[in-house]
Design a protein around this ligand. Structure first.
Ligand code: ADP
Ligand code: MG
Length: 357
């Protein structure tokens, strides 16, 4: 299981990172060497690499905004907008900030395109499993059936005029875990923009945002992880610019019981971890929320529906690995894509989009 970093350890990392940031920031006259900053938020390590005079300042500000973002959107923090909506389920509409309304609206609009695979209201089931908590367990079939009966995105009522959000039935709950890290990438874009940073990349638990190119005009190359190896081995890499790459896989967060592995992406059709023939799915998009939503959805869909999606004229660029070891890659990525030398023999199928009618 992916090792949880304790609060104390995270605080130490953060303090060191801040110190390093300040020291480096002082000594950094040369804009061609990157400013690296490691922080912690949303239960994951966040690494920023930025170039430019105000890089250190921008990174510290972004870290602050990411923490504020978590405070507003985590279902685990009692004062967050999401926790308040969940606590008032079946009782009363809750006033939320414009930012929360915007995110809920976009996430709901996206979830409705997933043919049921992505459900913002999956929380009763994810809470039951507790896979991303310190006490995961396999629930009984009856518990799962009861929790599953509460999952229905049509019961999340957004009233934009009143600025309220409401879940119709008691026990229902919203979980933004499937899109939040992608949305966080949009905060990065805004913050770097404000600070005049033209060249940077950010990594937040499997999601990567790339801004511009390296100083001097060399493109950034981003790796697609080998899910069977440690965090720093890659199957392939891509040249990337001004986009987010969101990756979802069953290997990222899971626990084992009686030799069975249970991961953190739930199939709303069953209430159990999705039995996908996809090991790992990566989606590229300018909009982080879309990329993150899509990667979770493709994982639940499995290869059949994902291939149909990739052929659509409006599809995002996609890479996915099947459990039989084939990589499927959008044809439009062919020129920026390269297999790692260690995987030169890997079968790769390029998938073309249909022409728009
Ligand atoms: P990660 O959070 O590891 O980057 P994902 O983006 O794929 O991975 O999101 C997984 C998270 O999404 C889960 O931890 C849970 O909070 C939530 N989730 C799980 N299953 C679903 C689903 N079917 N629809 C929407 N959200 C889900
Ligand atoms: Mg996702």
């Amino acid at each position: 299981m992916k090792k949880k970093i304790g609060i104390a350890a995270a605080a130490v990392i953060l303090a060191l990172a801040l110190l390093a940031g300040i020291l480096l920031g002082r000594s950094q006259e040369n804009a061609s060497s990157p400013q690296v900053y490691t922080g912690f938020a949303m239960s994951t390590v966040i690494t920023q690499t930025a170039y430019g005079k105000k890089a250190a300042e921008a990174e510290i500000e972004l870290q602050r905004r990411l923490q504020a973002f978590e405070n507003r959107f985590s279902m685990f923090l009692a004062q967050s907008d999401i926790a308040r909506i969940n606590a008032a389920a079946g009782k009363s509409p809750v006033s939320v900030s414009g930012e929360t309304m915007g995110l809920l609206k976009r996430a709901l609009e996206l979830s409705k395109t997933s043919q049921g695979a992505f459900q913002l209201t999956i929380a009763p089931v994810t809470q039951l499993w507790g896979i991303t908590t310190d006490h995961p367990r396999v629930p009984g079939a009856d518990e799962i059936a009861r929790a599953l009966a509460l999952v229905d995105d049509d019961d999340l009522i957004l009233n934009e005029e009143e600025g309220t959000a409401y879940l119709r039935r008691e026990g229902q709950a919203v979980d933004l875990g499937g899109v939040a890290k992608g949305t966080a990438c949009e905060l990065a874009r805004e913050t770097y923009e404000e600070y005049g940073i033209d060249s940077a990349w950010l990594s937040i638990g499997g999601n990567i945002y790339v801004r511009g190119e390296k100083p001097g005009g060399t493109p950034f190359r981003i790796g697609f992880r080998d899910p069977y190896q440690t965090e720093n081995s890659y199957l392939a890499s891509f040249q990337m610019k001004d986009r987010v790459l969101a990756v979802s896989g069953g290997y990222e967060r899971y626990f084992e019981e009686n030799g069975v592995r249970y991961h953190h992406i739930i199939d709303p059709a069953t209430g159990y971890p999705a039995e996908s023939d996809i090991v790992s799915a990566g989606v590229f998009a300018q909009e982080g929320t879309l990329a993150d939503f899509m990667s979770t959805t493709l994982f639940v869909w499995g290869s059949g529906r994902t291939l149909e999606y990739m052929r659509r004229p409006d599809a995002c660029d996609v890479i996915f690995l099947t459990d039989t070891g084939t990589l499927y890659v959008s044809e439009s990525l062919r020129d920026s894509f390269e297999l790692e030398e260690t995987h030169a023999d890997m079968p790769v199928v390029f998938v073309e989009r249909r022409e728009a009618a």
